[in-house]
Design a protein around this ligand. Sequence first.
Ligand code: CIR
Length: 255
Amino acid sequence: MATLAIVRGVPASFSRALAAAVPPEPIDVDRARRQHADYLAALRTCGAEVVELPADESLPDCCFIEDTAVVAGGVALITRPGAASRRREPDAVRPVLAARMPVEEMVEPATLDGGDCLLLGRTLYVGRSGRTNAAGAARARQVFGHAGITVVEVPVTGALHLKSVCSPLGDDLVVVAPGALPPGTFDAHVLEVPAGEPAGANLVTIGRSAVIAAGCPETARLVDAAGWRPVPVDTSELRKADGALTCLSLIVPRP
Ligand code: CIR
């Protein structure tokens, strides 16, 4: 059965999406939409079944659907996103997940963004970032602990989310931007991308393929050498709002 990838459209209001720094050129929404379409095509090329939710104009960041839920151990935890302007984003995602699996909730004061959660086998690494607080991490530990998953907290400084600087490549390998995290952060093998290709550290795996950032040839070579088929996609316009590749989909593993 194909892996399910839930995605959400890019609203016209994406031009006002949150960004840590004002981009040198304003966001071109049409270009962002074309790149988003290329990303969906890449997911399908890798064999995913893509379910697309409509954009909501009142939620400029809604295409970054990864942040709205965490799926692991057959359970979905609906998040309470760290940014106040994003708190209603999970509402459209909840019924899609509830139709497929048990769903748990998170309440104030807990905050957690899915971009801070990295699943590696039966371990869920949860970044403690500006978006994910202690109560959010504790809620993840409670929910996923019942599913036999161990939660390990990781301090995140100098990045928006944990997965802004790393992502899993299978169950025992993590791709990491050089110098972004202390050695020993993961109980797994680590593959460092070159210093000139930090965007390469965020990738999405579907089957034995990996959607990777365009313009990262050395990362592509490393991914290929590790036994995965690299599928490059240019999402530079979406990156202006700090979005990487994982943020643009909610991957639901199929048993
Ligand atoms: C935000 O600041 O929340 C969005 N502009 C970007 C979110 C990116 N999400 C992710 O890395 N998981």
